[in-house]
Design a protein around this ligand. Structure first.
Ligand code: UDP
Ligand code: MG
Length: 326
């Protein structure tokens, strides 16, 4: 099997209205710009005619490959399957609804070569044809996750991006199951460069991301990319203990200089409640720290990733070579 120069990964869920047009526009662009390419469609358990159309396209065009899921697993697992199974030296991830313009692909490849980088990620300068609710929540979400995340995540960037073989290889070594793809690609590192584009309206059909799926998506990204929620208890605990210490000082002052203002029993009760409340929160915070470390171990991400060609100038021992990406 020869290696195509580029793969395009397209997750599809009930996209019968757009899929033929997406195939046509992609084929047009890729035929003109690349000697070999593959279009890798992932049918995420569609219940409409998407599988039939994909089957036909696959038969008519030998640059088209299809992966079919047994049921609807979701957009992120579909993209992940695409990265696991693509054969190209480069891969583009894009939506099936033509909101990510196929015509940008040659420009992305040119930028990747020119900048000698490993990832070119699309940043949306405008979101046309989307409700104010979707635009607002997306804007807020990207800012929130960027603040909370332990790695910097680019703002206003979806999954539309071009990745090279080094990033593909690194991605395949990540064992975690609930993959927040764009976050993981940022996490993988190497050199990543933005390309700005206007996000147009969906070509046809309606959104496949209802609020329920959006919330699940947001939850995964927060859970897998931030330890901060687990640290909230520690912060509140410290504040409580601080307040109780201030109370103690204040009560001591009253006791020394204005004892007639002290109500018997009140001070000890108040200080005890606030102080022990704080201690409990701090202890929960400590549990949170252990939990986040355990979660990190469970995710099993490699400790580091080495750039190929930049290793040390001596041969690594055999076992280390096998684990070069671990
Ligand atoms: N998608 C998918 N599985 C799902 C939901 C969506 O594979 O469960 C695909 C969908 O077919 C499209 C992409 O993910 O190619 C983005 O979905 P959509 O365009 O509906 O999301 P929006 O642009 O409205 O956020
Ligand atoms: Mg869309």
């Amino acid at each position: 099997m020869s290696t195509p120069s580029i793969s395009v990964i397209i997750p599809c869920f009930n996209e019968q209205e757009v899929i033929s047009e997406t195939h046509r526009r992609l084929s047009q662009v890729l035929k003109a710009g690349f000697s070999t390419y593959e279009l890798l469609f992932i049918d995420d358990g569609s219940s409409d005619n998407t599988p039939l159309i994909l089957n036909r396209l696959q038969k008519e065009d030998n640059c088209t490959r299809v992966i079919t899921f047994s049921r609807n697993f979701g957009h992120q697992p579909a993209v992940s399957a695409g990265i696991q199974h693509c054969r190209g030296e480069l891969a583009v991830i894009m939506d099936a609804d033509l909101q990510d313009p196929p015509e940008l692909i040659p420009e992305m490849v040119a930028l990747l070569k020119h900048e000698q980088c490993n990832v070119v990620y699309g940043v949306r300068t405008a979101r046309r044809g989307e409700s104010w609710f979707k635009s607002l929540t997306a804007k807020l979400f990207y800012r929130l996750i960027n603040r909370l995340s332990d790695v910097p995540l680019p703002l206003d960037s979806g999954d539309f991006r071009l990745i090279d073989s080094e990033v593909i290889r690194a991605f395949r070594t990540l064992p975690e199951r609930r993959k927040y793809v764009r976050g993981l690609i940022s996490w993988i590192g190497f050199r990543q460069v933005p390309i700005y584009f206007h996000r147009t309206e969906r070509f046809a059909g309606s959104t496949k991301y209802p609020l329920r799926k959006m919330l699940r998506f947001a939850r995964t990204s927060l859970l897998y990319f931030s330890h901060k929620p687990l640290r909230i208890a520690s912060s509140f605990g410290l504040i409580s203990v601080g307040i109780s210490l201030a109370f103690i000082l204040w009560i001591f002052y009253l006791w020394m200089f204005r004892p007639q203002e002290l109500v018997h029993g009140w001070s000890s009760l108040l200080v005890a409640v606030v102080f022990f409340g704080g201690i409990q929160l701090l202890t929960i915070g400590i549990l949170g720290e252990y939990l986040s470390s355990m979660f990190d171990e469970l995710k099993g991400r490699p400790e580091f990733i080495i750039r190929s060609g930049h290793e040390t100038n001596f041969e690594p021992p055999v076992e280390e070579e096998e684990n070069a990406h671990r």
